[in-house]
Structures are given as structure tokens and as C-alpha cells.
Design a protein around this ligand. Structure first.
Ligand SMILES: Cc1cc2nc3c(=O)[nH]c(=O)nc-3n(C[C@H](O)[C@H](O)[C@H](O)COP(=O)(O)OP(=O)(O)OC[C@H]3O[C@@H](n4cnc5c(N)ncnc54)[C@H](O)[C@@H]3O)c2cc1C
Length: 443
């Protein structure tokens, strides 16, 4: 049993940033990663970056197969860079192997050749991410035409008839992207309401624009089975009391991701899980076992790379700064959905403000009123913002239109700094840009 000061399980965003930080302080770190195709974690290898590369290439009119090739070159370069970022540090060891707890502070690592090495970590950081949820629909898991998001991005040819199960944000990003590459896309969801968290005017517009790209929606449908045939599968579903079917030569399961605790050996520890199976943490991301922390998707909550990075900040604060920055300080989490055009949001929607009985003033601007949108030949969308009439602070914004994934960070900053909306209204912006829309939005 080898004793180590810092043991990080999983090469995710927060874990790798922590490993680098600790190494720069001269501390000993062992990072265990189960796959040599996953150095750098989910984001760079199979999620954010490859998917956004494919989204951008679809918009550029690049052929799908070429786009996949280019995406693979990018991920392989980033994987190599990430490996060396840690492995080249004199106090860091990157171990290829699957880690499994054998007690609260002891972990067995099984390498590809079956060798088992045991480590005792003074501090242990669990950063093993999340895994796709495959619904228990008869025939789905066994279907040879079923893909998860990783497999969907690695197809050797463009799926012709793509059925996506799940109208969540990942499902919609893939729907938008594959429709742009030329697939015939159908999205099936059991909910009748489309992206119900969003305001009705926004969700209606998003749906209409996706339909204009060729995406077909079947909402309020219960899938009863998936049956494989020679060239594809038949997806059977019930809609309005009627049994119906649709053919798919590929089925993308996009019904969420759950904390990856399977096979971690947590049953050999006192580490507690929450009701949804994620590792339970306190405001410092500490589990109920002393000096064992959880970072990123494994601890539940919003699943974003920047959350995992912010988790690193919380742990850094606890280790080196008296724990001044905690989960309780993280109040605003912006997000972007990379559909075409993009949807980005922070803070309250109008619907939420109404539900919570919060007094607000609403500002709305159609994207068609923004000169840069005319220049870019894409006038689809709507910008909305809510402000507190008393303090003039921004309560939230929904930006649906091109470049909104950049603009939302400016709103987030203004909200975090408690700036009045009038500052964004009266700011000098370069021209023609999408950000100058704030002059008019907040008028
Ligand atoms: C298709 C898709 C698109 C996405 N797009 C975005 C986006 O645009 N923006 C965004 O912010 N987020 C996006 N996300 C979410 C984002 O990818 C995740 O929230 C983020 O990567 C989680 O990082 P993490 O730090 O929790 O760990 P991860 O990066 O998931 O790392 C976990 C690592 O642990 C390893 N591991 C697991 N078990 C073990 C074990 N027992 N022993 C050793 N190693 C183990 C895994 O191989 C993996 O490398 C997307 C997700 C998907 C699926």
C-alpha cells in the first residue's frame, strides 16, 4: 500500500486543475484515469469541445465525415496536451487504471494489464463525472442502432434517419447540428411542453426555428419499444392513446446523465450518496468522510465544465484560504445551448419571476432590430432581460440569437457585480457588434 498526499480519481476539469495547482505548490499528487483516451476528461474528449466543433462545422457547411475527422484531430491534440500538463510535473503521477475504494482512504487501482496497485490517500478527490442514462425501454439498450452522445459524434457516415430520445439541451444541440448536416431528425419526448423552463415566447420561437431546420418533434409520446430490423430500428410509441411507429437508422439516447458512482467501490466506504445517487457534499464539497471531496458531475447539480472548474476554486479556498469561497457563494450559473441560433441564459426567466412573485421590469428586443444581425444575415431570435425596478439591478436575461453564448457572460458579470442595467444601456460599444444591442435592449 503506497501512501500519497493527494489522490485524485478521474482526470476531469476540476481534478486536473487542482492537480496542477497542487503540483505548483510542490505537493505530491497521484491522478488515476481509467482510460488513456480520456486524459483531460469528458469535456475535451467526448462532450463540450468535440460537440461544439461539430456544431460550428455544420454551420460552415463542412461535410459530416470531414468534420468528424477534424474533430478527432483536435481532441487527440488536446488529450496529449492535457496529459503532459500533468505528467510533466515532477510531483505528479498520472496512473492509467480504474480506481475502486477499498476503505474510506484506500483505493485499489486496476491497470489495463490487470495489475492491481493500492494507494492510501491522505486527501482524496473524487472527480469521476457522469454517465448517460439509458431508459429501460424494451429493446433500446440492446439495439445495435442505439447511440449515446459519444458514439453519435464518431459515426463513420451521416445518420440518415436519426431519432433522438429526449428534448433536453443535449438532445436539441444534436438535433440542430445533425439537421444542418442533412440528417432527417425526429425528436421524441414524453413531455408535452417544449423546453418548459423557458418563457413561452422563447420556447415557441426555438421550436419553430428548429422545425425550419427540418427537425420534427413528437411531444407527449411514450416510447413502448425499440425493435431492430436489418437496416435500422422501429421505434414504437403511444401518442394521444394511439400506437404509432417511426423508423430510425440511428437512435440517439439523450435522456440525461447520472453521477458515475458505479464501480467506484463506495459500498466499501462511509461516503454517503444523495437520493439521486450522487455523492453528497457540504458547502466546501467535502463528503461526510473527512478529507474526501467530490468535484464536478459526480456530486450532482448542474452539469457543466465551468461548474467543475468552480468546484476547484471552492476546494482551493478550503485548502489554502480558510474556506472563504463556498458553494453558498455560487449564486449565478449562466448556460448556453448551442442550437442554431444559440440560446443563452442567466438568472430568472419571466416565468420564474412571476411564479416567485418577484416585481420586475421587462425589456425585450427582437434580434432583427440589431444591425449586426442584418450584417450576419441571421435575424432570428429575441433578447429578453428582467430588472429590479427599485435597485435597477438585472434579475435575469434570456438571449436567443447569434453570439448569445458570448453576450451572456457580460450580463452575468453585471449581475455579479450588482451593476445597474443603465450601465449596459449607456455603455459605448464597438460597432457593428451584437453586444451593442444592450444599448437598445435596456432602453
Ligand atoms: C454531449 C455533451 C456536450 C456537453 N457540452 C457542454 C458544454 O458545451 N459546456 C459545458 O460546460 N458542459 C457541457 N457538457 C457537460 C460537461 O461535459 C460535464 O459537465 C463535465 O465534463 C464534467 O466534468 P467532471 O469534472 O465532472 O469530470 P469528467 O470530465 O467527466 O471526468 C471524469 C473522468 O473520470 C474518469 N473515471 C471515471 N471513473 C473512474 C474510475 N473509477 N477510475 C479512474 N477514472 C475514472 C473518466 O474516464 C473521466 O475521464 C456536455 C456534456 C455532454 C455529454
Amino acid at each position: 500500500m503506497e501512501k500519497v498526499k493527494n489522490l485524485i480519481i478521474g482526470f476531469g476539469k476540476g481534478g486536473k486543475t487542482l492537480a496542477k495547482f497542487l503540483a505548483q505548490k510542490g505537493e505530491e499528487v497521484v491522478v488515476v484515469e481509467k482510460s488513456n483516451q480520456m486524459y483531460g476528461g469528458t469535456c475535451i474528449n467526448i462532450a463540450c469541445l468535440p460537440s461544439k466543433r461539430l456544431v460550428i462545422e455544420a454551420a460552415n457547411g463542412v461535410d459530416f465525415v470531414d468534420a468528424v475527422k477534424g474533430k478527432n484531430e483536435m481532441t487527440s491534440l488536446l488529450r496529449n496536451k492535457n496529459y503532459h500538463m500533468l505528467a510533466d510535473e515532477p510531483t505528479v503521477t498520472v496512473l492509467d487504471g480504474n480506481a475502486k475504494f477499498i476503505s474510506n482512504h484506500q483505493v485499489a487501482v486496476t491497470t489495463a494489464d490487470g495489475t492491481v496497485e493500492e494507494y492510501e490517500g491522505e486527501r482524496i478527490f473524487i472527480n469521476t463525472g457522469a454517465l448517460p442514462i439509458i431508459l429501460p425501454i424494451p429493446g433500446l439498450a440492446e439495439s445495435k442502432f442505439m447511440l449515446d452522445s459519444t458514439a453519435a459524434m464518431d459515426q463513420q457516415e451521416l445518420p440518415q434517419d436519426l431519432v433522438i430520445i429526449g428534448a433536453g439541451y443535449i438532445g436539441l444541440e444534436f438535433a440542430s447540428m445533425f439537421a444542418k448536416y442533412g440528417s432527417k431528425v425526429t425528436v421524441i419526448d414524453h413531455k408535452t411542453a417544449f423546453i418548459p423552463r423557458e418563457d413561452d415566447d422563447v420556447s415557441a420561437m426555438v421550436k419553430e426555428n428548429l422545425e425550419d431546420l427540418g427537425v420534427n418533434f413528437i411531444l407527449g409520446a411514450d416510447i413502448s419499444s425499440v425493435t431492430d430490423g436489418p437496416d435500422g430500428a422501429t421505434v414504437s410509441y403511444e401518442l394521444n392513446g394511439k400506437e404509432q411507429t417511426i423508423f430510425a437508422n440511428r437512435i440517439l439516447a439523450a435522456t440525461g446523465r447520472k453521477a458515475n458512482t458505479a464501480d467506484l467501490g463506495l459500498e466499501n466506504t462511509d461516503i454517503a450518496l444523495d437520493q439521486r445517487g450522487a455523492v453528497k457534499v457540504d458547502d466546501h464539497l467535502q463528503t461526510n468522510v473527512d478529507k474526501v471531496w467530490a468535484i464536478g458531475d459526480i456530486k450532482g447539480g448542474p452539469q457543466f465544465t465551468y461548474i467543475s472548474l468552480d468546484d476547484f476554486r471552492i476546494i482551493k479556498s478550503q485548502l489554502f484560504d480558510g474556506g472563504r469561497y463556498t458553494l453558498a457563494d455560487r449564486q449565478l450559473v449562466p448556460y448556453s445551448v448551442f442550437i442554431d441560433p444559440a440560446l443563452a441564459e442567466v438568472g430568472l426567466t419571466e416565468k420564474e419571476a412571476q411564479k416567485q412573485g418577484i416585481d420586475y421590469q421587462l425589456f425585450k428586443l427582437p434580434v432583427a432590430a440589431i444591425p449586426k444581425a442584418r450584417v450576419a444575415k441571421d435575424t432570428r431570435g429575441l433578447f429578453k432581460a428582467l430588472v429590479d425596478p427599485a435597485t435597477k439591478e438585472i434579475l435575469g436575461a434570456t438571449l436567443y440569437g447569434i453570439e448569445s453564448f458570448e453576450l451572456i457572460n457580460m450580463i452575468n458579470l453585471a449581475m455579479k457585480a450588482h451593476l445597474p442595467y443603465t450601465l449596459l444601456r449607456d455603455q459605448i460599444y464597438t460597432h457593428p457588434t451584437m453586444s451593442e444591442a444592450f444599448n437598445d435592449l435596456f432602453k
